[in-house]
Design a protein. Structure first.
Length: 237
């Protein structure tokens, strides 16, 4: 399979390593200095993997649609425009695979988070909080993964209706503390606490390899498909 990597930074290099180990060919490596690239650059590729920055993601996705190739998007911070992107995908008969996190471990963590929230819904006395830690180059805050976790809790805890980026929130808010520390791939901690005890679940990434492998698996999955896809499709649930 011929793969174009859009956003050839630290993550792009790990994606290249894993993709080539799996027998794929990298046909384009687009850096931040080449942000104004033409869709023609992509036409020798079967699929694109996009890990850039939030402000560039929409343009990059649309260029993939214009080139007629499916795109796997790991960039977060653009989800407020998902409806417009979905409409463009349908209009151009394209294919888009997006996820707030491509790590298989994180997606298992999502399942645990949703289940725990359902179990904790009747327990009114627990305060709920979320902490996320990422490297200093992480541009969106809170992270897309943190927002997925918070929204899962909101869907399953009746008394919670929103999140706030702060150390504490109101009765209806989930406070999210977002920290940026050098050389931290990604840590997410969910805490339920009252005067009697504390329940905590955590996922800690040890490197970029888990995210990169997930994106390559997504590229292998979406080849030849149309429409909108996500990790639930890849993992079969």
């Amino acid at each position: 399979m011929n793969i174009a990597i859009i956003g050839y930074g630290k993550m792009g290099r790990v994606i290249e390593k894993i993709a080539t180990e799996r027998g794929h060919i990298i046909t384009a490596k687009i850096t931040s200095q080449e942000a104004n690239f033409s869709p023609e650059v992509l036409k020798s590729s079967d699929v694109a993997i996009e890990f850039s920055v939030p402000k560039a993601a929409i343009s990059n996705i649309n260029k993939c649609f214009d080139a007629g190739i499916p795109v796997v998007v790991g960039t977060t911070g653009w989800m407020d425009q998902l409806d417009a992107v979905t409409n463009e995908c349908k209009a151009k008969n394209g294919a888009l695979f997006y996820a707030s996190n491509f790590s298989i471990g994180v997606n298992i963590f999502f399942k645990i988070n949703a289940l725990l929230a359902k179990l904790m819904n009747p327990q009114k006395g627990y305060e709920i909080s979320l902490e996320e830690i990422h490297h200093t180059q992480k541009l969106d805050s809170p992270s897309g993964t943190a927002l997925t976790l918070a929204n899962q809790i909101i869907e399953n805890i009746d008394r919670k209706s929103s999140w706030v980026e702060a150390e504490s929130g109101t009765e209806t808010e989930i406070p999210i503390t977002a920290k940026r520390i050098t050389n931290t791939p990604g840590t997410h901690i969910i805490t339920y606490e009252n005067a009697i005890d504390k329940i905590e679940i955590m996922h800690e990434a040890k490197g970029r390899e888990g995210f990169a492998l997930g994106s390559v698996l997504a590229a292998e999955y979406i080849l030849g498909k149309k429409g909108i896809h996500g990790m639930e499709n890849l993992l079969g649930n």
